[in-house]
Design a binder for this molecule. Structure first.
Ligand code: MV4
Length: 506
């Protein structure tokens, strides 16, 4: 049983550091921030009770410096370190170093990070515990002959994956038996240079799957609870863009079955913390374990919104050794939540990261709208860190209500200084396939073309201005109202709407 946490160091920056500080404030925990030189005026620094500079801009020299971070925690009398996501959050050596320094790591035991970090050992463990995995090899293949034999057994197409991988790096689809030798060699080479580990294993390639993940919460008393699913299929090059809870394809029965499998996965690795089990779900609603993320995830708020459970507070609670204050039957899914990741990227230029000073940042407000952001107006978005600077999360009574809220909230944003993914998110919210819930992991590739988000030409701009004038003439007391259709058309063409739909002039 660990001692209560009175002071906590946040080994992160941006929106997630702010998110963690908020939970600490509500719990009466003193917060210590660490920061890099350019982050001296960042929101996480200003909001923490204390803040210490740990190095220059590059992450290697600041946010990834285990020694400087642990030293700061000790010197400032902290009891615990929260790693957020990214950076050191899934680094078993860091988790161990934190514990060795007599501090509490707000995360799972290092051994759980290790076993889940190796995708083949994770698969072996899941098979042992009866959690469904995609048919394939249990361990790495050692020769082209072995690969060819197994591929024939599971059936083409197959997918070669790096044991040290995850997140899509080092994967190769093989459709034709003639290509398997060459594909294996190139997958091994890529794995070696990316991870320093050339082990590659084989899975049957699941066609047209959806990515559905289960949130789990585990305490140190052997309780492993599932908090429903998140639908994460709307992604681009393995970067999620829109996430929602619940998933349209998951009913109560599938939720219970996936939830039990997820809880079993957590139990199998001796998990304590919030964690996520990623599954692929095929067209027949079969589900297969993909990997476990042993950290708090970017998209955790959608689960918070539909369960009412503060996941960061629960992470802190279980890290203190306390039992979870509710049981599985207490967890209910209510309403629908959607998250859009707001990134400084130019969606018209292949999502190229954009940089600059955030001259204006006015997030949307109102019922059911949550802005989790990590930069303030006047702050700079640089190349040094992740382009995601805010998350817009909405809650609605049902999916239709949530989509309506998300559209309204995206339109309400005022952002100047950088290009953002807002127009792209708006496009998703209007897409009939998204609205119908009829999409798989290839949604973006299949349905998105950058020209859909082109800026208006002069003629369209003139039409928009005239429409706005026309609408204005018909508004106000004693004026004849436009019919609904005409009013909507005018609003849709107004410079205000166009600005959001197509981006402002810069
Ligand atoms: C797969 C798959 C199809 N079949 N495994 C991509 C990242 C890594 N977490 C696992 N990934 C996939 N594994 C089998 N056997 C398709 C993907 C995949 C994917 C998965 C989730 C979300 C987006 C994706 C995009 C491309 C491929």
């Amino acid at each position: 049983m660990n001692a209560p946490i009175r002071s906590l160091l946040i080994a992160n920056r941006g929106e997630i550091a702010v998110r963690i500080i908020r939970a600490c404030k509500e719990l009466g925990i003193r917060t210590v921030a660490v920061y890099s030189e350019p982050d001296v005026n960042a929101p996480h620094v200003l909001r923490a009770d204390e803040a210490y500079c740990i190095g220059p801009a590059p992450s290697r020299e600041s946010y990834l410096r285990m020694d400087a971070i642990i030293d700061t925690a000790k010197k400032t009398g902290c009891d615990a370190i929260h790693p957020g996501y990214g950076f050191l959050s899934e680094n078993a050596a860091f988790a161990r170093a934190v514990e060795d320094a007599g501090l509490i790591f707000i995360g799972p035991p290092a051994s759980a990070i290790e076993v889940m970090g190796d995708k083949t050992s994770a698969r072996t463990l899941m098979i042992k515990r009866g959690v469904p995995v995609v048919p394939g090899t249990e361990s790495a293949v050692t020769s082209a002959e072995e690969a060819a034999r197994i591929a024939l057994e599971v059936g083409y197409p197959v997918l070669l994956k790096a044991a040290a991988g995850g997140g899509g790096k080092g994967m190769r689809v093989v459709e034709d038996p003639a290509d398997i030798g060459r594909a294996l060699e190139s997958a091994q080479n890529e794995a070696r240079s990316a991870f320093g580990d050339d082990r590659v294993y084989i899975e049957k390639f699941v066609l047209q799957p959806r990515h559905v993940e289960i949130q789990v919460l585990s305490d140190a008393h052997g309780h492993h609870l599932y908090l429903g699913e998140r639908e994460c299929s709307i992604q681009r090059r393995h970067q999620k863009v829109v996430e929602e809870a619940p998933s349209v394809i998951v009913d109560a029965d599938l939720r219970a079955r996936m939830g039990k499998a997820a809880a079993e996965a957590a139990a199998a690795c001796g998990y304590v913390n919030a964690g996520t089990i990623e599954f692929l779900v095929d067209g027949d609603r079969n589900f297969y374990f993909l990997e476990m993320n042993t950290r708090l995830q970017v998209e955790h708020p959608v689960t918070e919104m539909v369960t009412g459970i503060d996941l960061v507070k629960m992470q802190i609670l279980v890290a203190e050794g306390k039992p979870l204050p509710f049981a599985q039957e207490d967890i209910r899914i209510r309403g629908h939540a959607i998250e859009c990741r707001i990134c400084a990227e130019d969606v018209r230029s292949n999502f190229l990261p954009d940089t600059g000073v955030l001259a204006r940042y006015r997030p949307p407000q109102g019922f059911g709208v949550r802005d989790d952001s990590g930069v303030a107006e006047g702050g700079e978005i640089s190349i040094h860190y992740d382009p995601m600077f805010a998350k817009l999360v909405v809650w609605g009574m049902d999916r239709t209500d949530a989509i309506g809220k998300m559209r309204r909230a995206l339109d309400e944003y005022v952002i100047d200084g950088v290009e953002t993914t807002i127009p792209f998110c708006r496009y998703v919210m209007d897409h009939p396939k998204f609205i119908d819930g009829d999409f798989q992991i290839d949604f973006v590739q299949k349905y998105y073309r950058p020209e859909y988000l082109r800026r208006p030409n002069d003629e369209e701009r003139l039409a928009a201005v005239l429409a706005a004038v026309f609408a204005e003439e018909h508004s106000g007391p004693g004026k004849k109202k436009l019919t609904n259709g005409a009013g909507d058309a005018a609003r849709k063409c107004s410079p205000w709407a166009l600005r959001h739909r197509y981006g402002g002039d810069r």
